[in-house]
Design a protein around this ligand. Structure first.
Ligand code: ADE
Length: 245
């Protein structure tokens, strides 16, 4: 089935003023302005029902911090899903440091679909019952703790949007291909020919394309082995040119 509507992201947050933020400039911003993708940012607080518009409460069983209420978040999700022109079936993500780590292959899947609904967590967490009742897929962007899911959501959307048809130029496409082979990028150089006494590696100005290609591959492999043993295992265990992570 061809998808005629543009890729769409719905973001549920307590800080709607953080959007589009960085997504409003550069590649993603141009694509947003030209309608390649659309963004619906919603304030979770709008779903609060009490006089104080409260969205959080103290954790059951005690402990520090506050927990996002299940009823309020469920109402926010349901209202977002009831908005006109929303994809009927779409991934529902919850940005959280305890989520499954985001990978380029998951980014590719999300970019190929209609676009996700993304909940940005805050406080000490989100009531487990709404995570289950609304089938939220927890996603982490790395093993460190941000003060909320907004920056993580921006990172995820940016990674998806650059893959949408017509968003990337040739240069960016090439770097995507390289990562999809489980290898880190080789080092790059440009003019001037000498910088603080350091020349550009001889081979790169030799004009021998085959030699340049094999030098770059060797550099990529050495870098990957040294910095990312996890990627190196994937690369080594897959037939050359077939790895996707
Ligand atoms: N919220 C706080 N830290 C996060 C992380 N590392 N990834 C995704 N969401 C988060």
């Amino acid at each position: 089935m061809t998808n005629l509507s543009p890729w769409h992201a719905t973001v549920l947050t307590l800080f709607p003023e953080m959007f589009p933020g960085p997504l409003g400039v550069s590649l993603a911003g141009k694509a947003l302005a030209s309608g390649v993708w659309t963004l619906d940012t919603r304030d979770i607080r709008d779903a609060a029902t009490d006089r104080h518009r409260s969205v959080d409460d103290t954790p059951a069983g005690g402990g520090p911090g506050m927990v996002l209420r299940a009823d309020v978040l469920a109402a926010a999700i349901d209202a977002a899903d009831a908005a006109p022109d929303r994809p009927k079936e779409r991934p529902r993500l919850l940005m959280s440091p305890r989520g499954r780590p985001l990978t380029q292959s998951r980014v590719r899947e999300l970019a190929a679909g209609p676009g996700p609904l993304i909940v940005c967590g805050r406080f000490e967490g989100v009531d487990q019952r709404v995570i289950e009742a609304r089938a939220l897929e927890e996603v982490s962007i790395g093993d460190y703790v941000l003060s909320g899911g907004e920056i993580a959501a921006i990172a995820l959307i940016d990674a998806c949007v650059r893959l949408l048809p017509g968003v990337m130029g040739k240069a960016e496409s090439a770097s995507e291909e390289s990562f999809s082979e489980s290898l880190l990028e080789y080092p790059q150089y440009t003019r001037p020919q000498a910088f603080e006494g350091q020349p550009i590696p001889e081979i790169l100005i030799s004009g021998d394309h085959a030699k340049v290609a094999s030098w770059r591959r060797a550099e990529s492999e050495a870098l990957t082995r040294a910095r990312r043993p996890d990627l190196w295992v994937t690369y080594e265990s897959a037939p050359k040119g077939t790895t996707k992570e």
